[in-house]
Ligand binder design. Structure first.
Ligand SMILES: [Zn+2]
Length: 349
């Protein structure tokens, strides 16, 4: 797909709903380790990766994102599996491509922050470029519709990712998203909205923010990005209760212990479904064209986003309907056996 066709997708108020969050979900299920966070599940249990792609599409994702996040050379070196770099990447791309074709969704490749970029050390720039290049070439060979470059804290690294996609992506559009740290600007000091504008002007088809921040703390930045950028913008927060005081998931504390919650005790700060609903409405009203969820995403959250964006994915067949609940439902459906007393007892009323 070339950039023009991709841009046309967003005309007339159309949007893409995009499921991310594969690393956290597979860590939670016991198929990769928190810490290094490498997608080893791709080769160890490809059937589960396929299933999660299918589940996210079922819940409303318009895009199947190949699970190559942190499947790059540096992360694989860290766990002593650099020799599996190409195998993991090609396998992840094959699985995602297969699901995308079978479900009529878009197929996306994925590169991300390398963890070795150092803005004051130009020697790292070429290493980073080479790491992106090998992954972009594999994605193109797998036939991706577009390529996502994500979670860049450094604008300089995001720009290298964009340049590599433009140079080696054979016309595949680039979606570039920054991970917004606790400040108003990238690690290299560029206000997020200006960084997004520069990426847009340099040829990114979609720009915006993903990861790091939850719904409440990502939206003030998105409002500035909306005002500054002319093209489609992306917003994919984590699903945790960040706020002004604790703007990133890395800064959150467990309210019980007052200790850092990331990553082990982040479940103590999970967003509610109502908060995700509110977030999706804000994105819709702001005109966010590429909306989704990152770390912490689960199908029950993504379905809410899809429904707020006017979709009715297969999973909507089972969206909550409490009228049939024996304690809280419609009394007329239960005749004489409605459990008002039980409801009061459980509510401690
Ligand atoms: Zn994330």
């Amino acid at each position: 797909m070339d950039s023009d066709i991709f841009q046309d997708l967003f005309k007339n108020g159309n949007a893409l709903v995009v499921a991310e969050g594969y690393l956290f979900e597979f860590e939670r299920r016991g198929y990769l380790r928190a810490g290094a966070f490498v997608p080893e599940v791709v080769t160890e249990h490809p059937e589960l990766v396929k299933q999660l792609h299918e589940e996210f599409v079922h819940a409303g994702s318009d895009v199947v994102l190949a699970f190559t996040y942190y499947g790059h050379r540096e992360k694989l070196r860290l766990i002593g599996k650099e020799d599996q770099l190409e195998v993991i990447n090609r396998k992840a791309l094959d699985i995602a491509g297969e699901v995308a074709r079978a479900t009529g969704t878009l197929f996306a490749g994925n590169i991300c922050n390398t963890t070795i970029y150092r803005r004051n050390d130009p020697d790292t720039f070429q290493i980073v470029r080479d790491m992106f290049k090998e992954q972009v070439v594999w994605a193109v060979e797998a036939g991706v519709d577009f390529i996502v470059g994500e979670t860049f804290g450094e604008f300089g690294e995001a720009m290298i990712a964009l340049e590599v996609i433009k140079e080696f992506g054979k016309g595949a559009p680039a979606v570039i998203t920054l991970a917004a740290c606790g400040k108003d600007s990238t690690m290299d000091g560029i206000p997020f909205e200006d960084a997004c504008l520069q990426l847009e002007e340099a040829g990114a088809a979609v720009v915006g923010l993903n990861c790091a921040r939850g719904p409440k703390s990502i939206m003030p930045l998105m409002a500035k990005i909306r005002k500054t950028c002319k093209g489609p913008i992306a917003c994919l927060p984590v699903t945790y209760r960040t706020n002004d005081e604790f703007p990133t998931m890395q800064s959150l504390i467990d309210p019980e212990t007052k200790k850092q919650a990331f990553p082990y005790n982040l479940p103590a700060q999970c967003s509610s479904r109502s908060e995700i609903e509110e977030f999706a409405k804000e994105c819709r009203d702001l005109g966010v064209e590429y909306v989704g969820l990152c770390c912490g995403n689960c199908s029950h959250y993504l379905r809410v986003v899809a429904e707020i964006y006017g979709r009715s994915p297969p999973a909507s067949k089972f969206s909550p309907d409490m009228t049939q609940h024996f304690m809280y439902g419609d009394k007329t459906k239960f005749h004489r056996y409605f459990h008002e007393e039980t409801a009061r007892a459980f509510q401690c009323a």
